[in-house]
Design a protein around this ligand. Structure first.
Ligand code: KPL
Length: 308
């Protein structure tokens, strides 16, 4: 049955979502609530139950029936990849040859696209989001309203990008397009380079990074990030001061949250550090810039993580 929210049946889309962590489920619930078809691809031997609870930002508790599948579905309109950065390749590679619709990558960090054997025909959209969500068993709670920015990586025409922007914006606002998607991705990367490893090492909430004790280390990290990022993007609009303001604003806005990396370390899962600080360190190396403070963070994190 088509949701009454969708008057024109032609706008019903079928979206395959790879990755059913918090962000994948947030999109799944938001799209299904609007009447779209969603198939969540899963590697789990036993698929999660279809009946899933969604707690919206205004506290409404909804039950949605989500489709989880081991098989890549037929006739999809969009492939949305919301896995961890280090899973993008293994999640997408087996299906790449049969995908002729846009692929949207929405994950923390950068560089996963470089590990993929995408060919020149694929339509690829890169995206970044600041929404917060928490997954607990079969309940997904939308913990923080944010925004999502999408942009063409290759072969996505402006009209098509705008069509998806509108559709996604209707489901989970706000969604904007950006003509140089690298820029918002690099900004999110800088935010993650500071907040994620520090909160992971100290096992603290994001808000604790506002304490004065952290400021000398944060300033050194930002100086290094700025040095590399300003060379990666010719139109980079930030200096160290504005970059620090942006990072601290995110720490303030998400003060009560534990970053994804703090949670990964707590639950002894692999972290995305290689695609966050690791990505910039390797870019720095190519530019002959040594990111000493960022490298120290990786060393500390790896040591602590392994000795747990
Ligand atoms: O993206 C995040 C993460 O936890 O990975 C931030 C912005 C740091 C919010 O916690």
């Amino acid at each position: 049955m088509i949701s009454p929210l969708i008057q024109d049946k032609h706008v019903v889309k079928h979206i395959a979502i790879l990755g059913h962590g918090a962000i994948g489920l947030l999109w799944a619930h938001s799209l299904v609530a609007l009447g779209h078809r969603v198939t969540l691809l899963s590697h789990r031997l036993i698929l999660p139950p279809s009946k899933q609870q969604f707690v919206t930002r205004d506290g409404k508790e909804l039950i949605n029936h989500l489709i989880f599948s081991h098989n890549f579905p037929e006739s999809v309109d969009l492939v949305l990849v919301t896995t961890k950065a280090y899973q993008v390749q293994s999640a997408l590679l087996p299906h790449l040859h049969k995908i002729s619709v846009p692929i949207m990558l929405l994950h923390n960090g950068m560089g996963a696209i470089d590990t993929l054997a995408i060919d020149s025909q694929h339509q690829v959209i890169l995206a970044t989001t600041t929404h917060g969500a928490l997954k607990n068993h079969n309940t997904l709670t939308h913990t923080g309203v944010g925004n999502t920015i999408i942009g063409n990586y290759q072969n996505t025409e402006e009209g098509l990008l705008e069509e998806w922007q509108q559709l996604l914006n209707n489901a989970l606002p706000s969604v904007e397009t950006h003509s140089n998607i690298r820029q918002p991705l690099l900004l999110k990367l800088a935010i993650n380079c500071v907040i994620n490893p520090l909160t992971a090492i100290h096992q603290c909430k994001n808000g604790e990074l506002l304490n004065s004790d952290f400021q000398p280390q944060i300033d050194k990290l930002i100086a290094e990030l700025q040095q590399v990022i300003s060379k990666l993007d010719n139109d980079w609009p930030h200096d160290e001061i504005s970059l620090k303001k942006m990072i601290m604003a995110v720490a303030r806005a998400t003060a009560d949250n534990y970053s994804s990396m703090a949670q990964d370390v707590k639950y002894q899962r692999r972290t995305e550090i290689d695609f966050i600080n690791g990505y910039l360190i390797s870019k720095g190396r190519q530019l002959d810039i040594n990111l000493i403070e960022n490298s120290k963070l990786i060393a500390t994190l790896t040591k602590n993580h392994l000795s747990q």
